[in-house]
Design a protein around this ligand. Structure first.
Ligand code: 3PG
Length: 206
C-alpha cells in the first residue's frame, strides 16, 4: 500500500484509536475489541516499554488492520516501530530525525504541530498531513481553520480532547481527514467494543 492509499484508508475510517498498552497481555483482547467494533486501526504509543512488542503482535495478528506507532520522538523508536511492522508513524510534535528516518524507509509520517512555525518545519520536509495536538487545548477547529487558511494544501488529523461528544464538529471541516483519540480505549474489552461501535455508527451517519 502506498502512503497515499494509507492516508485514503485513514480518511475512510475517520477515527484513529490512540492506544497505550501497559502490558503485552492487553494487546490481543483490546485489538480484538477494536476490530469487532469496526475500527481495524490503532496508533500504538511509545509511552510504555512494550510498545514495539505490542505493535509486532498486533501487526502479526491483524494483518489487514492499520497498525501504526504513536508518540515516536526519535530515530531509535522510529526504527523499532518500522521493524515491528508499523504502517505509519505519528509524533506528538515535529521531529526532523523522525521525518528523515521515515523518508529513508518510505514510511508515512504524521508529525504533530500546533503553530504555523511547526507546520512550516513539517512542510519543508515534504509532509502535508499533520497531527494537530493537543487539539482541544489549542483552540480546536477554530485554530485548525486559521492554520489551514495559511497552508491550504495541508490536511489535519487532530488529537487530544476528542470524544464522541465533539468528533463531528471536527469531521465537519473538510481539511480534517480523521480524528485521533483514546476515549474508546477505557474499560473492559466489551466496553471498548461498545464505544468503538458507537463512534463508528456516529461518523458513518447511522
Ligand atoms: C495523543 O497522543 O494523541 C493523545 O494522548 C490522545 O489524546 P486523548 O487521550 O485526549 O484522546
Amino acid at each position: 500500500m502506498t502512503n497515499e492509499q494509507m492516508l485514503e484508508k485513514i480518511s475512510q475510517i475517520k477515527v484513529v484509536p490512540v492506544v497505550v498498552f501497559n502490558s503485552i497481555e492487553e494487546v490481543l483482547p483490546k485489538m480484538t475489541a477494536l476490530v469487532k467494533g469496526g475500527l481495524p486501526c490503532a496508533e500504538i504509543t511509545f509511552r510504555t516499554e512494550c510498545a514495539a512488542e505490542a505493535i509486532k503482535l498486533a501487526a502479526n495478528n491483524f494483518p489487514e488492520a492499520l497498525i501504526g506507532a504513536g508518540t515516536v520522538i526519535n530515530r531509535n523508536q522510529c526504527e523499532q516501530a518500522i521493524v515491528a511492522g508499523a504502517k505509519f508513524i505519528v509524533s506528538p510534535g515535529f521531529s526532523a530525525e523522525v521525518a528523515d528516518c521515515c523518508a529513508e524507509h518510505g514510511m508515512l509520517y504524521l508529525p504533530g504541530i500546533v503553530t504555523p512555525t511547526e507546520a512550516m518545519a513539517a512542510i519543508a520536509k515534504g509532509l502535508t498531513t499533520l497531527k494537530f495536538f493537543p487539539a482541544s487545548n489549542y483552540g480546536g477547529v477554530k485554530t485548525i481553520k486559521a492554520i489551514c487558511s495559511a497552508f491550504p494544501y495541508i490536511k489535519i488529523m487532530p488529537t487530544g480532547g476528542i470524544s464522541a461528544e465533539n468528533i463531528m464538529e471536527y469531521l465537519a471541516y473538510d481539511k480534517i481527514i480523521a480524528c485521533g483519540g483514546s476515549w474508546m480505549m477505557k474499560g473492559t474489552p466489551e466496553e471498548i467494543e461498545q464505544k468503538t461501535r458507537q463512534v463508528v455508527e456516529l461518523v458513518n451517519g447511522k
